[in-house]
Design a protein around this ligand. Structure first.
Ligand SMILES: Cc1cc2nc3c(=O)[nH]c(=O)nc-3n(C[C@H](O)[C@H](O)[C@H](O)COP(=O)(O)O)c2cc1C
Length: 217
């Protein structure tokens, strides 16, 4: 009898916790970003001169317009007629997804409709890297390769291409940050298995790098 009581109690607790988690995730709404401003900014040579890594961030949030511009610079669509992007990708696979870890939750950047799609109503910033500053910086971008978009080559070949493709996106973000006076660092120091699990990624999705962005401290 006591065992049955405990079993029922456990089921009730599990169901309550699960419903709370589902309700929480449902509360996270898609964010429609303002159209990116694709004019202006510093001249390219000046941005190159100022490109640098910074590891000190103000907790101040980025306005939606700046976030939209940042994501467009990173891997937005710059040729709507073909759907091609601001960074190249092997075979035009466009296999790198940009996940955006904000304090209120995790989102996926959708370049086609310029939205942030809700993924998890959980603050995953601390898990996006092993360095202390990541948990308080307003934005951590997580570059995730979707191997299912990369044809039939072996996984090690896909990794090479995905690493290269991520590098171009990371440099776009560096240049945008230099142009806008933002601080940024691209990062490989990540406990990838833990982060992939927390993000709920499929086995054919791999975290490649992360990049912290914010106002300088
Ligand atoms: C692939 C890659 C991984 C990196 N990983 C980290 C990292 O995990 N943490 C960090 O603080 N910096 C990381 N960096 C930033 C480098 O340390 C930085 O680019 C380098 O010190 C040169 O500084 P600069 O970018 O200002 O020229 C990484 C850079 C690259 C390209």
């Amino acid at each position: 009898m006591k065992r049955l009581y405990h079993a029922i109690l456990s089921i009730v607790i599990i169901v309550t916790v699960l419903s709370a988690a589902i309700a929480c995730a449902q509360e996270l709404k898609p964010i429609k970003l303002p159209a990116p401003q694709t004019e202006g900014g510093k001249p390219l040579m000046q941005a190159l001169k100022e490109r640098k890594t910074s590891r000190e961030f103000s907790p101040r949030e980025l306005p939606p317009q700046v976030l939209s511009n940042l994501l467009w610079a990173a891997f937005g669509i710059n040729r709507p007629e073909s759907g091609k992007r601001t960074a190249p990708s092997a075979m035009n696979w466009q296999e790198i997804d940009i996940y955006v870890a904000l304090s209120q939750g995790l989102y996926l950047y959708n370049a086609a409709d310029n939205t942030l799609r809700p993924v998890l109503a959980q603050d995953l910033r601390a898990l996006t890297g092993t360095q202390d500053f990541v948990k308080d910086a307003p934005i951590n971008l997580v570059y995730v390769a979707d191997f299912s978009k990369m044809g039939n080559s072996p996984d090690n070949g896909k990794e090479v291409d995905a690493n290269a493709d991520t590098g171009f996106i990371g440099q776009n973000v560096y240049l945008f940050c230099a142009s806008e006076g933002l601080a940024t660092v691209v990062r490989g120091l990540i406990d990838k298995p833990t982060l992939e699990k927390a993000m709920g990624l499929r086995p054919d999705q791999r975290v490649i790098l992360a990049q912290t962005v914010g106002y300088p401290k």
